[in-house]
Design a protein around this ligand. Structure first.
Ligand code: FMN
Length: 335
């Protein structure tokens, strides 16, 4: 199937599939594998210890692929915020063409990126935030439904409704479906709902090229759709995690704490421990992001195999639908 959507045209990619900006996962190896397979690979700026390491990672990605790729800049509240101006300077100096932004108060960064002529994809979990981002000049919205791994927002609206609302409300701005997508069936449903493509996070963790421990990939393959836990709602930072000992402890603290001070839960939900899970493979050691879509993930393919399968499935969906609609007209529905 030859895809021709607002996303493939704007980004210059063959298949309208974007790889999520995955912290501690979205390094050059994965981004290049996704881009080489026909999608948009993304490296995560904050996964690098500082701006000069981001520069090196950008150059490494360029050495691994000639295809387009992007950089994710996530803006989250932090006690010691990263040096965003330094990261931005490198993104501009390295002439990055596509940036995905996510998180709080992205205005100044989006303005800076747009002034430099960079294509901006912004992630939003509500239509209100998506519309605010359009006013700031973003080119594409990535609409993250409640199913998604990581920061689900505080509205709990699942992809089916959120995407329908995006189609009704976002006018001419293209949007990508994100949260709960893993295959060609998902891609075709995203396109049917009016999206210009799909974003996948958890699915790309379970690929050969994801530079994380094999135990994490196997845990995703073995888990079903029930094995995620929402934590940090009390602090309005609700996050979907792989269910384990540490999420159970976090939920307990969240319920039982009288003061509700973040310091009480901070050691349990430590990002450093989450990183150690991905690198060291002890899946109980800390909290780590995963989506409900785990229930649909049953193997660990290469990105090239995954994309070939997605394209095959998309072809099959189109063929079945066409047959079904034709036979419905002939009075023998196959649906
Ligand atoms: C391990 C992991 C790390 C993530 N880190 C980030 C991040 O730093 N910034 C961000 O915008 N999204 C992050 N996400 C969310 C993904 O980019 C994506 O929106 C989400 O995974 C989509 O839902 P899905 O997992 O159902 O495909 C992360 C997801 C995972 C699984």
């Amino acid at each position: 199937m030859v895809f021709d959507t607002a996303l493939t045209r704007l980004l210059g990619i063959r298949v309208p599939v974007v790889q999520g900006g995955l912290q501690w996962v979205a390094y050059a190896e994965l981004a290049a594998a996704v881009s080489n397979a026909g999608g948009l690979g993304i490296i995560n700026a904050l996964t690098q210890p500082d701006a000069e390491h981001l520069r090196a990672e950008i150059r490494k990605t360029r050495s691994l692929t000639d295809e387009p790729f992007g950089v994710n800049v996530t803006l989250l509240p932090a006690l010691n915020p990263p040096d965003y101006p330094a990261f931005m300077k490198v993104i501009l100096e390295e002439k990055i063409k596509i940036v995905e932004t996510a998180g709080n108060s992205p205005g100044p960064i989006i303005k800076q990126l747009k002034a430099a002529g960079i294509i901006v994809i912004h992630k939003a979990t509500t239509i209100r935030h998506a519309k605010a981002a359009i006013k700031l000049g973003v080119d594409v919205l990535s609409i993250d439904g409640f199913e998604c791994a990581g920061h689900v927002g505080e509205s709990d609206i699942a992809s089916l409704i959120l995407l329908g609302r995006a189609r009704q409300e976002l006018g001419d701005t293209p949007f990508i479906a994100s949260g709960g997508f893993a295959d060609g069936y998902g891609l075709m449903s995203a396109l049917s709902l009016g999206a210009a493509g799909m974003n996948m996070g958890t699915r790309f963790l379970a690929t050969v090229e994801a530079p994380i421990h094999i135990n994490v990939k196997k845990a995703i393959v073995e888990a079903d759709e029930h094995q995620t836990t929402l934590i940090l709602r009390r602090w309005k930072n609700t996050s979907r995690m792989f269910t384990n000992k540490m999420t159970a402890e976090a939920v307990k603290i969240e319920k039982e704490s009288e003061k509700g001070e973040f310091a009480e839960i901070a050691p349990t939900v430590s990002g450093a421990k989450g990183r150690q899970v991905l690198e060291g493979g002890d899946i109980q050691h800390g909290v780590w992001y995963a989506g409900q879509v785990m229930g649909m993930i049953h193997d660990i393919p290469t990105c090239a195999e995954l994309f070939a399968r997605i394209e095959r499935e998309a072809d099959g969906v189109l063929e079945n639908l066409t047959k079904s609609i034709r036979s419905t007209r002939e009075g023998k529905s196959r649906l």
